[in-house]
Structures are given as C-alpha cells and as structure tokens.
Design a protein around this ligand. Structure first.
Ligand code: NAD
Ligand code: UDP
Length: 389
C-alpha cells in the first residue's frame, strides 16, 4: 500500500524492501516476527524451519494480502545444502534456530551444545563469506549469575544495582561448574557470540546480536499432552499455563525465589523490527531486549498468573494453588539457575530509541486469554479420555 511504501527509518530515509532469510521462523519468536513483517512492512521472508504449525496462518490460503512475500522452506540446518543458496539470495539473515528450553540443557547437553554452537557455524560462515548481514539470537543467559549472588546474604551491596544490573559491554559472564550442565546452553551461546564478534572485528562482517530477556506471549512452546509430548517440560509460561488449564497446582522450583523480568513478545518484536530497518544504528552492537520494570520472583509470577487466569476463565483458583518441588526432582541432575535478570537498557535506548510498554499484568491478561481460548476445550477432552496403557 502507499502507506507502507512511505515508511521511513529512524533517520528519516525511506525503507527499501529487503529479502530476509529467517532461520527458525516456525518457532515462538519467528512466528511473531513473520506476522509483523507481513502485516506492517513490504519485506520478503524466506522462512526456514523443520516445522511450520505456528506460521500456517501466514502461509495459507493463497489470497492473503502478503501472498508471495513469505515462502516456507522445510529444512534442518544441520544437514541441508540449500542453506547457503538461501542466505546468498537474501539481504539479511536472522538466526533464531536453537534448542532453548532449560529442561534440555542438563538432560541433553550434547544436543544443546551442537544446536547452539556447531549448527550455527555454517550460518555465520556463509554470511561472512558472502558479505551478508546477520542478526543472531543469543540469550540473556550468557550473563549467568549476578556478581551480587556471591555476596553474603545480608550484604547491603546486594541492593546496589552495580552488583546485579546486566550491561552488554561491562558485565562479566558467570557460569557454574562443568558438572552443572545447565550452563551448556549459555556457554555455547557465549562462544557463538564471540565468534560472530570476531568475524566483525577481523573480517568486517556486519552483525547484530540480540539477548532476549524472557520474552513471553501467545504460541510460546507447547502445552504438554495437547500440542507437545505429555512428559515434555516447556519454559515457565507454558508450564504454569498447563497447570492452570488442568486445575493443578503450579510447581515452584526450589521455592520460586529466582527473579526474572518478563517482556511482552509484541514489544520485543518492535525492537527487532528497528534493528532490521536501521542497520547503521544496529550493526556491531549487542542488544539486551527486556523489560526492567516487570521484575517478579517466580513465586510472584505464579500468584499473578493464578489471579489473571481466574479472571479470564471465570473459574475459581485451585484449592492448593502452588507446591514446592526441588530442582533435582523437576529438572534432574545438573540443574542450576540464574538468580536475577535486570537488563540495562542504555544501549538499545541510545541506538534505537526503543522502550518496552506493556506491564506484566496486561501481558499476562492477553496471553492467558489466548491460552484459555486455544486450549481449554482440548484439555477437557484429554482429561476425559482414559489414559492408554
Ligand atoms: P523456539 O524453540 O520456539 O524457536 C526455535 C525454532 O528453531 C523452532 O521452530 C525450531 O524448530 C527451529 N530449529 C531448531 N533447530 C533447527 C534446525 N536444526 N534446523 C531448522 N530449524 C531449527 O524458541 P524461541 O523462543 O522462538 O527462541 C528463538 C531464539 O531466541 C533462540 O535462539 C533462543 O535461544 C533465543 N532466546 C529466546 C528467549 C525467549 O525469551 N523466548 C530467551 C533467550 C533466548
Ligand atoms: N520454573 C518453575 N516452575 C516451572 C517451570 C519453571 O518454578 O514449572 C522456574 C525455573 O526454575 C526458573 C524460572 O521458572 O527459575 C524460569 O524458567 P524458564 O524455563 O522460563 O527459563 P529461564 O528463565 O530459566 O531461562
């Protein structure tokens, strides 16, 4: 449309339509990014993934307004010779592909390391060799634990932001011992970040690294036994949604004392769009993307989700709303946790003028409305069905 073609970047220059090779486009973040790019921009997307369930609504039917601007390529980047051709055909590559659920880090450390480091190597290499720009998805988990977590419990310094706020160009990366296999993911992500950074420094590759801080919203992960394995353990939003949908207590790992900041997926996607469309401001940078105003302990998250779910479903909260479970019982041997994650927003603010907007209550309200609408009936059927032996 005329409106779309008149869009300008942060420096007032008209935005040229790009062809984007999006790897992992069928996942949670990819699906929201594809939606945004189709409905609000003129860019083309080559969507690569092994699954496309979460973007089916963008691919079919043939008469969608963006028909022809998004094409799905079913492939596994571990072994597919089409990868280089698709990267060459594009102006920009965005790599989202990864194993990124904590339940896998200590139980499938080899797959985790291969997925987050080895499998990303050819993507970086093809971008560097063909002079293509890369936006690579890392994680806030590369920061690991806060410096403050090593101070005595009653130290007043624990209240000093210098000991916990995570800053792209200053904070160290602090992981647990090797036998705490939880850190296999963070460590693999750290090494791929260093490799990309080095490609920039030594070979002039144009790159942007994104460190998401707990992006949440509709289509995140799966509901066990409905659209994913019954024994599967997704990330906390889907775990708690599953418990709420089934009227079961929410499980608090090691007392639910860890702290997180949650950002609404739609706010975060705006940050990614700014990176895509303002290369001169985004290249060479690592960006925290999160909402420092939405901090809660996992216990507080559970309590808030129970209230919000009761409101949107009209159901009474369960009699036993939460139960404590040890991390060993829940995740198995080798689990460890990040204690606290407050993103410093200086860099993204300065470079892209981005700020998150949505409060935790509001983002949970829209997300749990979606969960209830999407899954409540399916769960009733699963519960009613006798378990196959
Ligand atoms: P997701 O699991 O929903 O999406 C990842 C997608 O990559 C999946 O659709 C998967 O099928 C695909 N994929 C994995 N391996 C592949 C392969 N070998 N070939 C082709 N496709 C493959 O996860 P997400 O939440 O959308 O995360 C995307 C990226 O952002 C990941 O790199 C993750 O580490 C990072 N991240 C996300 C968050 C968050 O808050 N959601 C936090 C930190 C980091
Ligand atoms: N967690 C929990 N109960 C659950 C699932 C997760 O208490 O059913 C905790 C987990 O131990 C961690 C936090 O919730 O402290 C966030 O977990 P998530 O899987 O979302 O990923 P993380 O933020 O650790 O990468």
């Amino acid at each position: 449309s005329a409106g779309a073609s008149a869009r300008v970047d942060l420096d007032g220059n008209p935005i040229k339509p790009l062809t984007i090779c999006m790897i992992g486009a069928g996942g949670f973040i990819g699906s929201h990014l594809c939606e945004k790019l189709m409905s609000e921009t003129q860019h083309k997307v080559l969507a690569l993934d092994v699954y496309n369930d979460k973007i089916k609504h963008l691919l079919e039917p043939d008469n969608l307004p963006w028909h022809g601007r998004i094409t799905f390529h079913r492939l596994n980047i571990k072994h597919d010779s089409r990868l280089e051709g698709l990267i060459k055909m594009s102006d920009l590559t965005i790599n989202l592909a990864a194993i990124c659920t904590p339940a896998d880090y200590n139980t499938r450390p080899l797959d985790t390391i291969y997925s987050n480091f080895i499998d990303a190597l050819p993507v970086v290499k093809y971008c560097s060799e063909n002079n293509k720009r890369l936006i690579h998805f890392s994680t806030c988990e590369v920061y690991g634990k806060t410096i403050g977590s090593f101070l005595p419990k009653d130290s007043p310094l624990r209240q000093d932001p210098a000991y916990y706020v995570l800053k792209e160009d200053e904070s160290p990366c602090i992981f647990g011992s090797i036998e705490k296999q939880r850190w296999s993911y963070a460590c693999a992500k750290q090494l791929i970040e260093r490799l990309i950074y080095a490609e920039g420094a030594e070979n002039g590759m144009e790159f942007t690294i994104v460190r998401p801080f707990n992006w949440i919203g509709p289509r995140m992960d799966f509901i066990p036994g409905v659209d994913g394995p019954s024994e599967g353990v997704p990330r906390v939003l889907a775990c708690f949604s599953n418990n709420l949908l089934r009227g079961q207590p929410l499980k608090l790992v090691d007392g639910g004392q860890s702290q997180r900041t949650f950002v609404y997926i739609k706010d975060a996607i705006e940050a990614v769009t700014l990176m895509i469309e303002n290369p001169a401001r985004a290249n060479g940078h690592i960006f925290n993307v999160g909402n420092p105003n939405n901090e809660v302990t996992v216990r507080q998250l559970a309590e808030m989700m129970i209230k919000v779910y009761s409101k949107v479903s009209g159901e009474q909260p369960p009699e036993t709303p939460t139960i404590d479970v040890s991390s060993k019982e829940f995740y198995g041997e080798g689990y460890d946790d990040s204690d606290k994650r407050i993103p410093d927003m200086t860099t993204i603010n300065r470079q892209l003028g981005w700020n998150p907007k949505t409060s935790l209550w509001d983002l949970l309200e829209s997300t749990l409305t979606y969960q209830h609408r999407t899954y409540a009936e399916a769960i009733k059927k699963v519960i009613a069905k006798p378990v196959a032996s």
